[in-house]
Design a protein around this ligand. Sequence first.
Ligand SMILES: [Fe+2]
Length: 400
Amino acid sequence: MTGILGRSDQQIDDVSFDQLRQLVGLVDYDATKDPFPVRAMDAVVFVVGNATQTAWFYQVAFGMTLVAYAGPETGQRSHKSFVLKSGSARFVITGGVAPDSPLLDHHRRHGDGVVDLALEVGDVDRCIAHARAQGATVLEEPHDVTDQHGTVRTAAIATYGETRHTLVDRSRYTGVYLPGYEPRTSTVVRPEGAPKRLFQAVDHCVGNVELGKMDHWVAWYNRVMGFVNMAEFIGDDIATDYSALMSKVVSNGNHRVKFPLNEPAVAQRKSQIDEYLEFYEGAGVQHIALATNDIISTITAMRAAGVEFLDTPDSYYDDPELRARIGQVRVPIEVLKEHRVLVDRDEDGYLLQVFTKPIGDRPTVFYELIERHGSLGFGKGNFKALFEAIEREQARRGNL
Ligand SMILES: [Fe+2]
């Protein structure tokens, strides 16, 4: 099979293509008709208040491996950047060092958050020409960056809020990340018996946008990046008694890159999306879903490292309707209940998922763990239970 960009025989950072197909729910598509062919997420880039300690958190709590670094010691005086990997997922954690670094102003406004959903593409110039013709804001024109390991061609366009998509063609580059970065390891030792890694790929990255802006950004991804619409959730699907939101999902042709977009819906009380928009000071990335092939091991390891997950009430598991709806799944329902893992089934299969509490000080960015078994969905059947759990946390923060 070569339907997906002809890469079926490739190992992608020691995750095989077939593994990836199941992990993130890939479909075949014809890349030759795509005006803006995207291969994969290149990196999720964060700006945080303390990159040194945040990089440590992702190693200890998320089992990631430190692979590269740039900072004052490597000639980059204004900020520090740590590059971490887990399977095909790459996070870059950046923080200002020089007191006049613009990153510190960014952090003052938004707190810890995602500044860049960087994408790997085969032809930066062609993508930028298409994006510009479709009205996108080009933040960085296509240019080469070179060191002794080769050349990366890159450019950047603006998306919602102060978020960007950097485009990266690394086909002529053999270095560890980008020119300017040096290989870096750390002294962190994985706990005895821990899995080799806790997740293998980024499944989807969710953006929260302002009231009335969801359709604008869906159309933007359709037009500028040739993304297709996936499942739609509106109205009652994701309304609880108090709060509501609307959500639509866009993806690249083979579904490897999936961007759900949420906006608040008018409800009795403040939507979780309103809370995000208030505390992030605008639109931004809400959660990142990490694909695992063993969610129970992953959640066990993360909990042992201190990561806090949203709770799910006993009634969720004892509901006969749920038991009838989900049928047979890999993990016995008693084990799902013990670990508070949610389960959903659709016509293609099922998925297991769980959500962390916000990982920073502000109630903004959080994570999802997702184990897919054929389902290409996002856990629509769990939205009500999930949002009620989020509302309990909102109420504890005084924001409901
Ligand atoms: Fe999600």
